[in-house]
Design a binder for this molecule. Structure first.
Ligand SMILES: NC(=O)c1ccc[n+]([C@@H]2O[C@H](COP(=O)([O-])OP(=O)(O)OC[C@H]3O[C@@H](n4cnc5c(N)ncnc54)[C@H](OP(=O)(O)O)[C@@H]3O)[C@@H](O)[C@H]2O)c1
Length: 256
């Protein structure tokens, strides 16, 4: 059985993914932003291989999360699930970045670079990534006035591009992105059409299944089916420029 690390596993789709994997007999490493939030994991924590703690807004804490995961041992898969939706303002993280960019784009990038290479990577995107074109001139929102919906869309385009970039750079790793649909979570709200069980299914399947359909890389998924993502996401020059810019912003290079 596989061991899977899931970011943002205190709530929503991350918590549901952890529950589902544990119920299937897999092992999971959980993640909470703080010790207080780790307490919310309840009995899931005692069934896990460990709970790593750190706020993904902070580059220093994100490095700490990678260290804690590596100390537990190599995991087979990472589900980059944690995310935030529309933030009222750009904000400024301890490293001075826009909060949306830090949590939704920089953190998955840094964790990918710093966690011992797993066999599979899964990145939680959104159908809204299709409105995220044209971000590379102002990745960190230092030139434009704040637009929370655009910032979210851009961050979700970034992770599809990142999944695809990793598929090219690390051919032995299966790296995919998932749109879970508009799901009933804290983020999605009570009126969302997709139940949480359906919302978590594709990412857990990609993380552990031996079904030949799941053993692919560089694809974009929605409810167990492949879809075509936005053009920029599959454009190698967009991917490379994004990765270069993230390396410069963070001082963390993606290993070859
Ligand atoms: N729900 C939807 O309709 C929908 C649609 C498309 C894509 N998605 C994507 O699916 C993923 C999961 O969404 P969800 O609906 O499950 O969201 P959610 O219910 O709001 O849960 C988000 C998770 O991320 C954690 N998190 C947020 N900011 C963090 C930070 N700074 N440091 C550490 N952890 C942090 C949260 O921790 P706390 O519990 O402490 O807040 C929580 O565990 C996200 O990437 C989202 O963009 C969701």
């Amino acid at each position: 059985m596989a061991i899977v690390f899931i970011t943002g596993s205190t709530d929503g789709l991350g918590r549901a993914a952890a529950q589902s994997l544990l119920d299937q007999g897999h092992r999971v490493v959980l993640h909470a932003r703080s010790a207080d939030r780790a307490a919310a994991l309840g009995e899931l924590a005692s069934r896990s291989e460990g709970v790593v703690v750190g706020d993904l807004q902070s580059g220093a804490e994100t490095k700490g999360i990678a260290d804690q995961v590596n100390a537990i041992g190599r995991v087979d898969a990472v589900i980059h699930n944690a995310g935030v939706y529309t933030q009222r303002s750009r904000g400024s993280t301890p490293e001075g970045h826009a909060v949306t960019l830090a949590i939704n784009t920089i953190a998955p990038y840094m964790l990918t670079a710093l966690i011992e290479r797993p066999a599979r990577l899964v990145y939680l995107s959104s159908g809204l990534h299709r409105g995220g074109d044209g971000s590379l001139d102002d990745l960190d929102w230092t030139k434009r006035s704040w637009d929370s919906a655009k910032a979210y869309a851009e961050s979700k385009l970034h992770v599809v591009a990142l999944a695809s970039a990793l598929a090219r750079r690390w051919p032995r790793v299966l790296s995919n992105a998932v749109d879970p649909g508009w799901a009933r979570t804290k983020m999605g709200g009570a009126g969302a059409p997709v139940d949480i069980e359906t919302g978590q299914k594709t990412q857990t399947w990609l993380a552990v299944s031996d079904d030949p359909a799941a053993l692919v890389s560089g694809r974009y998924w929605h409810h167990l089916r492949q879809q075509e993502p936005a053009n920029e996401a599959t454009d190698p020059s967009f991917q490379d420029e994004l990765v270069d810019k993230l390396a410069k912003l963070t001082g963390v290079k993606l290993p070859a």
